[in-house]
Design a protein around this ligand. Structure first.
Ligand code: PEP
Length: 256
């Protein structure tokens, strides 16, 4: 069987509990059967418990936006894998560019968080991507390689095979400026090669998502890029109608 498209909603620091409830009411009313898509909601930590209750009985799964590498203790503001699992979280975004740029995360901390997620049974969604300066200097593929090789340091092939990756050019996140199909295809192809170099035995079946200003108007074009196995969506995932439109277009494309 072909694997499902992964459509992950990164809600960032948005959505109160009331807003989560309103969103899911609308979302569940609009969405029909979606056998080809795996939908992952990544709300802020404060909404995980409630979202788990709201998602009960659905096929949508819950993701978090980060995880710390220690089990417990004096780490103010961090969250442990065990805490996430107690909210029924199965996936976790690691190394989002906002974490790297605004909160000092490095490839090394991404590696530590990823190892902890894997050893706890969480599926990491590791984000990588170049800045506009790096792209203009022709450094994109070297940056992606470095982010992956350091981020995956000492992670064995069995675990790499279980992960999800998201290519998110920093200049395309939240800017309305989507990367061009040839840029996306080139980056995804390079990422798959690096995954093999890093030890993945089945890189062809590892989901590599694209993220960066995906919306209901441009998703059709993205669906034509065969290297893309899904999306990580910020802004457009906050609007139930638009998010549903993205999922429906994906389902229809696959069925065509
Ligand atoms: C993101 O936050 O990962 C993202 C891709 O945001 P946006 O869709 O708003 O560009």
């Amino acid at each position: 069987m072909k694997s499902q498209y992964v459509i992950a909603a990164n809600w960032k620091m948005n959505m109160t509990l009331e807003e989560c409830e309103e969103f899911l009411d609308k979302f569940k009313n609009l969405l029909l059967d979606i056998p080809e898509s795996k939908v992952i909601f990544c709300p802020p930590f404060s909404a995980l418990f409630t979202m788990n209750v709201l998602l009960e009985g659905t096929s949508y799964v819950l993701g978090a936006q980060n995880v710390y590498w220690e089990d417990k203790g004096a780490f103010t503001g961090e969250v442990s894998a065990e805490m996430l699992i107690s909210c029924n979280v199965s996936h976790v975004i690691i190394g989002h560019s906002e974490r790297r740029q605004l909160f000092g995360e490095t490839n090394e901390t991404v590696n530590k968080r990823t190892m902890k997620a894997l050893s706890s049974g969480l599926t990491p969604i590791m984000c990588i991507g170049e800045t506009i300066e790096q792209r203009n200097n022709d450094e994109t593929l070297a940056i992606l390689r470095e982010q992956l090789m350091v981020g995956l340091n000492e992670i064995n092939s069995e675990n790499i095979n279980k992960m999800i990756f998201a290519y998110e050019p920093v200049w395309a996140i939240g800017t309305g400026e989507r990367a061009e199909p040839n840029q996306i295809a080139e980056a995804h192809h390079a990422i798959r090669n690096v995954l093999t170099d890093a030890g993945a035995t089945d890189a062809a079946s590892i989901p590599i998502l694209y993220g960066g200003s995906v919306n209901g108007n441009n998703v059709k074009e993205l669906l034509k890029i065969k290297e893309v196995n899904g999306y990580l969506i910020g802004g457009a995932s906050l609007d139930a109608k638009e998010f549903v439109s993205i999922i429906h277009q994906t389902e229809n494309h696959i069925k065509e």
